[in-house]
Design a binder for this molecule. Structure first.
Ligand code: S3P
Length: 434
């Protein structure tokens, strides 16, 4: 395990080109593999998670040329995956495991999905249950990976109401629906990221969205085919969030980040930070491969005092779920602090993120209170010390930013896990920090 040391920063300056969005990269690889032709993906995410998806697809007989950010995917069609010779290793990636489960349920092959220690502890019953009701033979071990899937084609189309506000779960069922015998739909009460729907549409699949009570019904037909079409992945807003907070709260900073994904179902972190008073300029808004993209400029301010935006709860949480760790750090710099509620899903991410945030903030001298579904942190002068990544990339990066606001030196133990979503994080931080 490797520890990273971070010292207080005066500011951040320059331009940062972020890696391709992790969520969109997973979908780009999976959906081009299911398409009826060749797809060139550019700005594919450099994360270890995205490489796990590519490795699984190769194991399933998909020819994918290129390494790094440019991939040439030779699609096999939506039902053309081949019997794998070994287990499919999803490493640390919940998105790989849950989305691939949906794909594999509708193939006439047998496969086993495994993951690292953290992934094998995360709940998989939520995807196993709907896939079983669609007629696939799917087993976990007490609702966890390894997941064994004996696919069936066609699956039974279902009208599904998710048990959690989860884009992974929604996507799993929609992907299974591509190989079902009619129209599969997901009734979403709390909106979650819609990258699957957008990319399916980009590849020519008709995805219907209709209002249903206080929610939205998203449906597609099992007759759909995916047309090959090149994909340019926007830069990752969730990775940008660490630098938005760092630059935003360090007076004198000016940071430019081009071509960042600004999909509305991910943008709450920017809206919240702007309301709080962080100076974020969004320009050059456009649509790229059916995903909203823009350039961001963040300018630092010396003291930010929010009047009444210090409690985040309700449906907005699903829209900023991955940014809660870095928002907690923002809370330590904010007059009035920050309280996050209704975020129980954070306890079943790559780590128990509520416990990890609270324990590390306490180690850095912050005044913080833990709740079952969140926490409350007060404005605090952070002190350097030793914190733990808990093997969780977003915790490692959030506390690197905390170290930039803290007196003395902050040591992040297990910082190498940042590579799960952002391998270049610490090098980029060293380059633009002063
Ligand atoms: C993701 C959805 C979210 C998010 C994860 C990526 C996706 O998980 O936390 O990092 O790409 O669909 P849930 O769907 O479990 O909320």
């Amino acid at each position: 395990m490797f520890a990273m040391k971070v010292t207080r920063a005066a500011g951040i300056n320059g331009e940062l080109v972020l890696p391709g969005d992790k969520s969109i990269s997973h979908r780009a690889a999976i959906l081009s593999a299911l398409s009826d032709g060749e797809v060139l993906i550019t700005n594919f995410g450099s994360s270890v998670d995205c490489s796990a998806t590519v490795a699984c697809l190769r194991e399933l007989g998909v020819r994918i040329a290129g390494d790094g950010s440019r991939l040439e995917v030779h699609g096999v069609g939506k039902d053309g995956l081949k019997q794998p010779k070994r287990e499919l290793n999803c490493e640390n990636s919940g998105t790989t495991m849950r989305l691939m489960s949906g794909v594999l349920a509708g193939q006439n092959i047998e496969s086993v999905l495994i993951g690292d220690e953290s992934l094998q502890k995360r709940p998989m019953k939520r995807v196993i249950d709907p896939l079983v009701s669609m007629g696939a033979d799917v087993h976990g071990v007490d609702g966890h990976a390894p997941i064994t899937i004996k696919g069936r084609r066609p699956l039974k189309a279902i009208d599904y109401v998710p048990v959690a506000a989860s884009a992974q779960l929604k996507s799993c069922v929609l992907l299974a629906g591509l190989n079902a015998d009619g129209e599969t739909s997901v009734l979403e009460k709390t909106p979650t990221r819609d990258h699957t729907e957008r990319m399916l549409t980009w590849l020519g699949v008709e995805v219907h969205e209709t209002q249903a009570g206080d929610g939205k019904r998203i449906s597609l037909s099992g007759d759909a085919r995916l047309t090959a079409k090149d994909i340019l992945v926007p830069s990752d807003l969730s990775s940008a969030a660490f630098f938005i907070v760092a630059a935003g709260f360090l007076a004198g900073s000016e940071l430019r980040m081009p071509d960042v994904g600004t999909n509305g179902s991910r943008l709450a972190v920017v809206d919240v930070l702007k309301k709080i008073g962080v100076d974020i300029e969004i320009s050059n808004k456009r649509l790229s491969c059916n995903e909203p993209v823009a350039d961001l400029i963040v300018r630092g301010r010396s003291r930010i005092s929010s009047e009444n935006h210090n409690v985040l709860s309700g449906p907005i949480i699903a829209n900023l779920i991955d940014e809660v760790p870095i928002l907690a750090i923002a809370g330590t710099q904010l007059d009035g602090g920050l309280e996050i509620r209704n975020a129980g899903e954070l306890r079943i991410k790559e780590s128990d993120r509520i416990a990890a945030i609270v324990s590390n903030l306490k180690r850095m001298g912050a005044n913080v209170e833990e709740f079952a579904d969140g926490f409350k942190v007060e404005r605090s002068q952070l002190k350097g010390g030793t914190v733990d990544s808990f093997g969780d990339h977003r915790i490692a990066m959030a506390f690197a930013v905390a170290g930039m606001f803290a007196d003395g030196e902050t040591k992040i133990v297990g910082a190498e896990c940042a590579a799960v979503s952002f391998p270049e994080f610490f090098d980029e931080l060293a380059r633009i920090k002063y």
